[in-house]
Design a protein around this ligand. Structure first.
Ligand code: GZL
Length: 375
């Protein structure tokens, strides 16, 4: 199909999508309510469904034999989670699957990311995928994409100052933060711990994952009267986690009994720093250690008892992005928001579930089989 014809179809779909997205509406993957509802029905995290949003057999990508070019502006390479996210896209949007993936690792630099998107416009790619380093500063360049007739699909982190994109596929970060708080409340009660003094190692400043996890956990901490002694950014890296934790061990020596790391790589760094400072952590330690992402290495530390609980953030968005592309290519209207299925992992089986936003959510004790199957 000629590019301009595709563009016209796609523009119509984009306008229709925004109407559908704003008004809610289900699709074959999940009836994803508003992002802040916290009760979204997660898309099945098994293989992506075969049918598109219209319920018809979706046209395979590159159906006319044309290669589909995709520009992907990725956050960077800061964590195990990011590596898995990048691999998911490279595996799905491969040459053998009929794609030409133009990948840019933006190295956590927002200016580089905007430049990469403008480069994709220059290249006149068929689709643009963005995992936004920060959630603001996007409307101008998304308008340029719209003017060029190139549909944008956002994955993982959110764009909060523009809705000029076709779909977003990702996680509810506030729900992850709420789940961590509700688990900590139930765990401390089960362990007979009445006073919680918390240190937080935040993710990258301005990232929606940081904003949501911070907001969700703080809502529970404020409700329960916990003390958050400090909350500083470790930039989602192991070095950042180690640096902040080393400083915390000096500034708050003997004052804290909980550390919240907003991703596994920060937790790995925090573990090194606490070990160096002679601070014990984990199931048998003085400090409860909580993490997010639940990558394979993170779950190994949950199973060993070094990390008490790990709140998963699913990086494998690409199959759901491909469904959006198939729906667009066949003239359908993709859902505006698609939520990934996620699990809450723990070491001990003293609790079977927690209540998050009034919904009962299962806790999963980590086993070797779970680790073997993780991303
Ligand atoms: C969350 C993602 C975060 C991960 C980190 O969806 O954006 O960025 O939690 C990664 O590991 O760096």
């Amino acid at each position: 199909m000629k590019k301009k014809l595709v563009s016209a179809l796609v523009c119509a779909a984009m306008v229709a999508t925004m109407a559908v997205g704003c008004g809610g509406g289900g699709d074959t993957q999940a009836d994803a309510p508003a992002a802040d509802a916290g009760t979204e029905t997660p898309a099945d995290d098994a293989a992506a469904p075969e049918e598109d949003a219209t319920g018809d057999e979706a046209a395979a990508p590159a159906a006319g034999g044309d290669v589909i070019t995709i520009g992907f502006a990725q956050v960077g390479h800061e964590s195990d989670w990011r590596t898995a996210s990048t691999k998911s896209c490279q595996d799905v949007f491969s040459a053998e699957n009929g794609y030409d993936l133009q990948f840019v690792d933006c190295d956590n630099d927002s200016a580089v990311q905007l430049e990469a998107v403008r480069g994709f416009i220059e290249q006149d790619v068929d689709y643009i995928i963005i995992d936004p380093i920060v959630s603001t500063g996007w409307d101008t360049v998304l308008t340029e994409c719209e003017d060029a007739g190139i549909p944008v699909i956002v994955i993982d982190r959110t764009i909060d100052d523009s809705d000029k994109y076709v779909s977003w596929v990702g996680s509810n970060f506030k729900t992850e933060g709420l789940a961590a708080g509700e688990w900590l409340k139930a765990y401390a009660a089960a362990k007979g711990i009445s006073e919680l003094n918390v240190l937080v190692i935040e993710g990258s400043t301005g990232a929606s994952a940081t904003i949501g996890r911070t907001e969700g956990f703080k809502e529970i901490a404020d409700r329960e009267g916990w003390t958050i002694l400090d909350s500083q950014s470790g930039d989602f890296t192991q070095d950042g986690g180690a640096e902040v934790m080393e400083s915390y061990c000096k500034s708050y020596e003997g004052q804290f009994n909980v550390v919240i790391c907003q991703n596994d790589n920060e937790a790995f760094g925090a573990m090194d720093a606490m070990t160096a400072a002679g601070v014990s952590y984990g199931v048998d330690g003085d400090v409860i250690l909580v993490s997010f992402d639940a990558c394979t290495a993170g779950l190994e530390f949950v199973k060993s008892g070094d990390i008490n609980a790990d709140f998963e953030c699913n990086p494998l968005a690409a199959p759901f992005v491909e469904e959006v592309i198939k729906t667009l290519a066949s003239g359908g209207t993709p859902e505006k928001e698609v939520y990934m299925a996620e699990h809450w992992f723990v070491n001990e089986d003293i609790l079977s579930s927690i209540e998050v936003n009034g919904e009962t959510q299962e806790l999963t004790v980590v086993t070797d089989d779970i680790i073997a199957a993780q991303y």
